[in-house]
Ligand binder design. Structure first.
Ligand code: MG
Length: 375
């Protein structure tokens, strides 16, 4: 059952609306319309073939950016609804939060950022915003998806002050140290819960890390112990799933309790009060510490595993070589990006093209350009 939104939730009455005004949707709310536009976008479909940690073709069971985004949306929506916040907005932000990611995960983004050093850099949060504001070509009346201000604000999670200055109203909060809506804050934390847990799951499935390894992390060890006590005869795979399920539950429960406590202590009456306050959505100090320990473990043992680093090496090479080839001769770009290059400069157009590629498309494009005998 839906309950009333809290007075400090984002709603259709306190929203700053869309850049281009449009008639109200007939059978849905404005924030549902945003979510629907995101789901129908080209960039959203491409998430299916973009890497989270493992390259897309390495196995059918690993997370991709698409399944990651759906998991983030699931966690974020239930947190938002429990706190009487706008779950349609929360879902939209969660589904869009990774749209700007390059192929090959963080390795791809770091490589593209280096290639773009002399041309304004590359940052995936800004790219997500650029996709929904400019690059999607689906509507007659405007470029991009013309999303509501609060959806765009949530998508732009980080931004340097220098870049924020060029973003008008949307960049202001980075300059005067204000927070985004609680709905956006929820998405950041739901992102963290989702990736920590599914990287544990994928890491174990891949065999790069083991449950024994992970027992050095208190969060995992505690839940694994509880599961073993409750289900002593469970096969390994199911024990892992039970442990992860129980970690997610504990993290969501902690997040809800701590956030409800902070909100009650401030007792805000409006969205403006929420924006001016310190972050109200967060984990308890204890859970935040346990999450940090888990992240450190994953960094040292999974993201830095030599098999993952080999992928990182290959990804960097593919991204950098593609970038250099298109910069050396922009006529190699598809026409749409040549046209974009005339307006925004070749480097930005090349970055848009390369960032938009899926893992397998980038690999294919690399072969097409550099391998003799490929059509
Ligand atoms: Mg994410």
């Amino acid at each position: 059952m839906r309950t009333e939104l809290a007075p400090y939730a984002v709603s259709e009455t306190n929203t700053r609306g869309r850049v281009v005004s449009e008639p109200r949707p007939k059978a849905r709310g404005e924030f549902q319309r945003d979510r629907d536009r995101i789901v129908h976008s080209t960039a959203f479909r491409r998430l299916e073939y973009k890497t989270q940690v493992f390259v897309n073709h390495e196995g059918d069971l690993f997370r991709t950016r698409l399944t990651h985004s759906i998991e983030v949306a699931q966690i974020a929506r239930s947190v938002a609804r429990t706190l009487n916040l706008n779950d349609d907005l929360t879902e939209g932000i969660a589904l869009a939060h990774d749209l700007g990611h390059t192929p090959f995960g963080h390795a791809g983004q770091d490589a593209l950022n280096e290639c773009m050093q002399d041309h304004g850099g590359f940052e995936h949060n800004l790219q997500s915003l650029r996709i929904v504001d400019r690059l999607e070509e689906r509507y007659g009346a405007f470029d991009g998806l013309n999303l509501m201000f609060e959806t765009r604000e949530g998508i732009l999670k980080h931004c340097s002050p220098a870049r924020a200055r060029g973003l008008g109203e949307l960049g202001l909060r980075f300059l005067d140290n204000r927070r985004p809506s609680l709905e956006a804050q929820i998405c950041n934390l739901a992102d963290e819960i989702a990736y920590n847990n599914h990287d544990v799951d994928d890491g174990l499935r891949s065999g790069l890390i083991t449950a024994e390894h992970l027992s050095a992390v208190s969060l995992f060890a505690r839940h694994a112990r509880e599961v073993a006590a409750e289900f002593p005869d469970l096969p390994e795979r199911r024990r892992v799933h039970e442990t992860i399920r129980s970690m997610i539950d504990a993290q969501v429960t902690d997040l809800l309790a701590e956030s409800a406590h902070r909100i009650a202590a401030l007792a805000p009456h409006s969205l403006d009060e929420v924006r001016a306050a310190p972050a109200l959505i967060g984990f308890s100090a204890e859970m935040a510490g346990e999450n940090r320990a888990m992240k450190t473990f994953l960094r040292d043992h999974l993201y830095q595993h030599y098999q993952v680093l080999r992928m990182t090496y290959k990804a960097r090479r593919i991204i950098c070589d593609l970038f250099a080839a298109f910069m050396a001769d922009p006529r190699l770009l598809p026409e749409q990006y040549q046209t974009l290059g005339v307006v925004e400069g070749n480097a930005r157009a090349v970055a848009d093209y390369v960032a938009g590629m899926t893992d397998r498309y980038a690999i294919r494009e690399y072969r097409r350009l550099f391998s003799v005998g490929e059509p």
